[in-house]
Structure formats: C-alpha cells, structure tokens
Design a protein around this ligand. Sequence first.
Ligand SMILES: [Fe+2]
Ligand SMILES: [Fe+2]
Length: 354
Amino acid sequence: MKRLGLAGTALVPAGTLLTGRSVARAARFGGELTRGDVAILKFLAAVEILESDLWQQYNELALGNESYQLALNVLDGDQATYVNLNTRDEFSHAAFINKYLESKGHKPVSLEHFRTLPSSQAPGSNKSAKRLTNLMQLTVDTSFYFRYRSSLNPDFGANFSQIVNLVNVPGIPNSDLPPPTDPDTGFLVQFIANTAGFHFASIEQGGASLYQSFLPKATSPEVIKIVGAIGGTEIQHYQTWTDKIANAPALTDNNGNIIFPELPAAPDLPNPPDGTDNAGANDTNQIFATPCEFIAQNLPLCSVIRPISTQEAGAAATIAFFRNDGLFIGQSQAFLDLLNELAQEADAVIRESD
Ligand SMILES: [Fe+2]
Ligand SMILES: [Fe+2]
C-alpha cells in the first residue's frame, strides 16, 4: 500500500474530468428510445451529476489537503487515490448518459442553474466554486453495515440500526486542521475522514441499489446494457469502501469522550483448526453480501444487492436518501421539485414488450 503524494502523477486534474466524447460518435447506436427509457436515463443523469459534484469536493481535499489526505489514508494507504478514481468514474457516468440521451435526440440533463452552495474554505478546496451538494452537515445512514450482514431484506420490510451515529457532521474539513498525528487535536481531522469513509460506502450502496431497481424496467437492450454496466461499477465502489471502513480508528476527544466507536473486529488469527471461522456475523471483515431473502421468502437465501424494490431503492427513495443525508441543505425548493419530478417519472416506468 503506497502513500499518495500531493503532487501524484497518475491523478486526473479536476478540469479534464468533464471532457466527453463527441455526440456524433454515439449517434450511430440503436434506434429510438421509449419514453420510459428516457425517464430512467434522465433520472440517472441527474443522480450522476449530483454524485460528480459531491465526489469532486471530496477529491479536491483528498488530493490537495495534506492533513485530510493523511487521515483518509489511515483507512487505506490508497484511500485518497480511490477517492480520485471514484470521482473520475462519476464524471464519466454523467457525461456518458447525457451524451447518449443527446445522441438519441433528447435534451441532456443540467443542474447548473442550481449550483449555488458554498465551497469548503480549507486549503486544497476550490474555495470560490459553487456546489450542488453540501458535505458540511452530513447525517450518514450507516445501516447498510448491518443490512449487508443480515439474512433479512428491506424489500421484505426489514429495518436496520446504525453502526455509527454520524449526525450533522462534516465529511470534509472547512479550515486548516492539524494532521491526524497531532497529539492534541489530531482526532478532529480523523473524525472527518472516518465520517467520509462511511459516507463513501453509504452513497455508493445507494447507487448500486438504484441501478438494480431500474434494471427490470428498461426496455431497449442498449439501455439495459447501460443500466447494468454502470450499475456494476457502483457496486465495485461500494464493495471497496465497505472494506476500507473496517480501518476507521476509534477516537476520543481531549476529555476522553468517545467520539467514534471501536468497530466489531474479528479476533486475531489463527482461526481454530476445526474448519470454523473466528469472525462474528457483524465483524468488519464480513464484507461480502450475506445471503438474504430474495424474490420470495420460500426460496433459499441468496447473496444479492439489497434493497432493489422501487419503494426502497428507486428514484424517489434515492432523492429522500440524499435529502436525509443532508446533501441538499441550502438547496432551493425548485431544485427538489425538479428532482422529485424526474424521480416520479422514472419510478413509474414499466418495461415495454418488444
Ligand atoms: Fe455513478
Ligand atoms: Fe457512484
């Protein structure tokens, strides 16, 4: 595991992330899209623009703020690089879906009008840039942790508690903080990096579920390909981040108060030589999807993405999830109205027969 230098050479400069391929090139594909396919793609374009915006903020600080980078890299020596790669992927998703829509004669989705929120004022941030999302007052839903370790499925009504309570806390620094090694105040930036680590996983599992919710609704084989293949990378992202959160260190403040709990780690190796595993069901190393209820409760448990129902994982559920996350604090009602309208149209889609 190597540590990323602040002037790393393999990194994609923020400005180049936006370049897309020409519309003319994509225009060769396929025929006309159904209304439903357009509604799905438009909603996904909007979500990918929002993801790009929040990841861009993480990326600027992961690469440009030394204290934050050091704290992120406590979770994995490559954590800052992974932030950069996740950011690149989201920009590519947004640009691709919009250009694909254009290639089929539809207007691309733009949220530029709503780019009004302030930037972090910490070193490394593009301080004067306007943002779509707010990473300063996050309430991170960490229930994915228990959900993916359970045989119950939210699509059958299951609910899960939080592994860490992260309520109204920042995912990025807003000022110049001492490094995590600082004996007095190092916990401050580490708490922010721990929060970010959980937010990365939380956001990407949401994306993974959203794409799965659309898969049975898309009509054209090409749109099914797009939803399936982009959705697959959201799962890759989630899987990576859910592994890294295992390394988020417990933290106490200067008064000895626990501000970030010890996570349930498996006992040290070796496992007993009787074919069993030391690990408990909720230990941090249990990162693969535990088999759970799927399709019908009389069928065998199955290791799957969950939830995937429209009600639990669809477009409206995703907007509610983002909103509950605090990402839209400071945004206008018109912004929410537009997202809800796109969400309603996308959730209502039914696959058309050939
Ligand atoms: Fe994405
Ligand atoms: Fe994503």
